[in-house]
Ligand binder design. Structure first.
Ligand code: ADP
Length: 583
C-alpha cells in the first residue's frame, strides 16, 4: 500500500476494531464465565432438590444406608453427576463414586463448606479439590429431612465449556476484524483514489492546463471537495483567459507604440522594454534584471527613474544620445508605479531638427530681405538729400531702386512658392506632357536673354516623348535650370537641353559651357539660399532658392535631381521625371 493516507486509514480501522474486540473480550468472557457457573450451579441445585424430593418421599422403612447408596448410584446415572447422600450428623450414607468399603472409610462431611452453608441457608456450594476422588469439583448441597443431598460436577467439564465459548468468541472476533480490515481497505482506497485525482487536477492547473475536470462525484464530503475543485478550475480558467487576453492586448499596444517604454521594479531594475525603445536606444537583448545605469549608461535617464521612484512624482528630462554615430534628442517622462516606475521615451530629433531648420530659414530670409531693403532706403535717402536735382544721377538711382525692388519681389515669390511646395499646398496635377514642344516653349521664353548674351540655346529633345508631369511645374523646373545656365555662362557660350528615356523615366539635362561649380560646393547647391558666389548671384537677380524649388518640384513628381560640373568648363544639371503612362 503506497499511499500514506490509505495506510493510515486502514491501520486506524484495524486498531479501532481490534481494540473494540479486545475490550469486549476482556469484559465479556468473565461475565460469561460467571453466568455459566451460576447456571451450572442452578442446574445442580435443581438436581439436588430432585434427589431431596426423592429422599423425602421414601418411608422410614425404605430408608437405610444401603438404600441411600443405591439411590445415589441410580440418581448419578440419571443426572450425569456425582451424587452423595449424607446423614444429618455428617456421616456419608451413599456416594455414586465410592463402593461400600470406601464408604466405611470416608470421613465425616459435616464440616464441608457446602454442608455448613446448607445448614444455615437450605443450600450451599463450593469449588474445591476432592480428596476422595482426587479431582476439582463444584459441589452443591441441599438440606433434606434425612440429612443432606449433595451433587458434584468435575470443574474440568465447566472449564471445557468455558474454553469452547472463548474459542467461539475469538473466532467471531477474528472474522469481525477481517471484515473491518477489508472495509477499511476498500474505503481508504476509494478516498485515496478521489484525493489522487484531485491532486492530479490541481497539479495540471498549476501548470496552466485547465482541460481536465472531475466527473464521478460521490454524494459525500469528498464530493463537496471535488465540486469545489471543479468550480475552482472553472474560475481559474476564466481568469487565466482574461489575464492572457489582457497580456496580449498590452503586448500588442507596447509593440505597436512608436514611443519607447521602460518599466522598472522598486529597486530600479529593468523588467520590461518595448521594441521601440530597443531600436531608439540601440539596446542589446540582455537588459532584464539590470539597473538603468548599467544598461543605458545615461545619468539623466537614471536620475529621472530614481527620482520618480524616491519622490513618487513624475519627472521629465530631455537627453541627447548617440545611436549609430547619430545624435538623437529624446524626451524621457518617468512616472512612479505602485511598485516601480514606467518611463516613456519620445524621439524628438525630427522636431528639434525642424525647429533648427525653421530658425535658420527665418534668419536667412531676414538677411536676404535686409540687403535689398537697405539699398532701396539708401538710394531713396540719397535722392531726397539732393540727387533728385541731378536728373542723370536721379535716373540711375531710381533704376537701382527698381532692380532691388524686383529682387525683393523675386525673393518673396520664391519664398512663397517654396513654402507652398513644402507645406503640401501646391497641388501637382499630372498630365501627359509632350517634351519637345514644352522645351521649345521655354527656349522661346529665354531666347531674348540668350540673344542678349550671344549664347546659343539649343533644344535637342526628340519628338514623340511625353512625360507624366504637371505642365506648370515642368515649366518652372526647366525654366529655372535654363535661366541659371544662361546666367552663369559668359557671352558666346552654349546652353543645350537634352532628353533620354530609361526605365519608365525621362532624364532631362541642361548643359552649359559656363563658369562651372567648384567640387566642394556641388553637394550643397540644392540647399535653400546656398550660393557659390553671393555677389554674383545677387547681381544676376538670383535669390538662392531656384535650385531648392527645382529639387522639391522634381521630388513631388517622384524623380531625382543632380549636377555634374567642372570649374571653367561648364555644368550639367539633370532631373528625372516619369514617362507618360501608356494605358
Ligand atoms: P540663384 O538664384 O542664386 O541662381 P539657385 O538656387 O538657382 O540660386 O542656384 C544656387 C547657386 O548655384 C547659384 O548661386 C550659383 O552659384 C550656382 N549655380 C546654379 N546654376 C549654375 C550654373 N548653371 N552654372 C554655375 N553655377 C550655377
Amino acid at each position: 500500500m503506497k499511499s500514506k493516507i490509505a495506510w493510515k486509514l486502514f491501520a486506524a480501522f484495524l486498531i479501532v476494531a481490534a481494540w473494540a474486540l479486545v475490550v469486549s473480550y476482556a469484559t465479556l468472557v468473565p461475565r460469561i464465565d460467571r453466568f455459566l457457573v451460576a447456571d451450572i450451579e442452578k442446574n445442580l441445585v435443581q438436581k439436588a432438590n430432585l434427589i431431596r424430593d426423592h429422599v423425602e418421599s421414601l418411608d422410614d422403612a425404605q430408608w437405610g444406608p444401603r438404600e441411600a447408596d443405591a439411590l445415589a448410584d441410580r440418581m448419578s446415572r440419571e443426572i450425569g453427576a456425582r451424587v452423595t447422600i449424607i446423614a444429618p450428623d455428617g456421616k456419608v450414607l451413599g456416594d455414586s463414586e465410592l463402593d461400600d468399603a470406601d464408604l466405611e472409610r470416608v470421613e465425616n462431611h459435616l464440616q464441608r463448606p457446602e454442608i455448613q452453608q446448607a445448614i444455615d441457608a437450605d443450600f450451599g456450594s463450593s469449588r474445591r479439590h476432592s480428596a476422595t476422588i482426587r479431582t476439582d469439583l463444584l459441589y452443591v448441597a441441599v438440606k433434606t429431612r434425612r440429612g443432606f443431598a449433595r451433587v458434584a460436577l468435575p470443574l474440568k467439564v465447566i472449564a471445557n465449556t468455558e474454553a469452547e465459548i472463548r474459542r467461539s468468541i475469538v473466532a467471531a472476533a477474528l472474522v469481525a476484524l477481517g471484515i473491518a480490515g477489508l472495509m477499511g481497505l476498500i474505503l481508504s482506497r476509494s478516498v485515496v483514489r478521489s484525493l489522487l485525482r484531485m491532486s492530479e487536477i490541481a497539479q495540471r492547473i498549476s501548470r496552466g492546463d485547465f482541460s481536465k475536470r472531475l466527473y464521478s462525484i460521490p454524494k459525500d464530503e469528498i464530493g463537496t471537495l471535488a465540486r469545489a475543485v471543479n468550480a475552482m478550475a472553472d474560475g481559474l480558467e476564466t481568469q487565466w483567459g482574461e489575464l492572457k487576453r489582457e497580456k496580449n492586448q498590452l503586448a500588442t499596444i507596447l509593440d505597436g507604440m512608436i514611443e519607447g517604454v521602460l518599466v522598472t521594479n522598486a529597486k530600479g531594475e529593468m523588467v520590461l522594454v518595448n521594441p521601440a525603445l530597443t531600436a531608439m536606444l540601440g539596446l542589446s537583448g540582455d537588459w532584464a534584471g539590470k539597473t538603468v545605469l548599467e544598461c543605458l549608461r545615461n545619468a539623466a535617464v537614471n536620475d529621472a527613474v530614481e527620482r520618480a521612484l524616491s519622490e513618487k512624482m513624475p519627472q521629465e528630462h530631455e537627453i541627447q544620445i548617440f545611436v549609430g554615430g547619430q545624435e538623437r534628442n529624446v524626451v524621457v517622462h518617468a512616472a512612479p508605479l505602485h511598485e516601480g516606475s514606467v518611463s516613456v521615451f519620445y524621439d524628438v530629433s525630427n522636431i528639434r531638427r525642424l525647429e533648427n531648420v525653421r530658425k535658420e530659414f527665418v534668419a536667412n530670409v531676414s538677411h536676404e530681405l535686409k540687403t535689398p531693403l537697405t539699398c532701396i532706403r539708401g538710394y531713396a535717402e540719397t535722392l531726397r538729400g539732393g540727387a533728385l536735382e541731378d536728373p542723370s544721377a536721379a535716373r540711375r538711382f531710381v533704376e537701382k531702386i527698381e532692380t532691388n525692388a524686383s529682387q525683393l519681389q523675386n525673393l518673396v515669390e520664391d519664398i512663397l512658392m517654396l513654402s507652398q511646395i513644402e507645406s503640401g499646398r501646391l497641388e501637382i496635377a499630372l498630365a501627359p506632357t509632350p517634351l519637345k514642344p514644352a522645351v521649345d516653349a521655354i527656349c522661346d521664353e529665354f531666347s531674348e536673354m540668350a540673344r542678349a548674351k550671344k549664347i546659343e540655346l539649343q533644344n535637342r529633345v526628340g519628338g514623340g516623348v511625353a512625360a507624366q508631369a504637371d505642365p506648370q511645374a515642368f515649366r518652372q523646373i526647366l525654366g529655372n535650370l535654363v535661366e541659371n545656365a544662361l546666367k552663369y555662362t559668359s557671352e558666346g557660350g552654349t546652353v543645350t537641353v537634352t532628353a533620354e528615356t530609361k526605365g519608365g523615366f525621362c532624364r532631362l539635362a541642361v548643359a552649359d559651357s559656363g563658369i562651372g561649380i567648384p567640387e566642394a560646393d556641388l553637394p550643397r547647391v540644392f540647399e535653400r539660399f546656398y550660393r557659390v558666389d553671393k555677389a554674383r548671384s545677387r547681381q544676376m537677380g538670383g535669390t538662392g532658392l531656384g535650385l531648392a524649388i527645382v529639387k522639391h518640384l522634381v521630388q513631388a513628381h517622384g524623380g531625382e535631381v543632380g549636377v555634374n560640373s567642372e570649374v571653367g568648363k561648364g555644368s550639367e544639371f539633370w532631373f528625372t521625371i516619369p514617362l507618360e503612362k501608356t494605358t
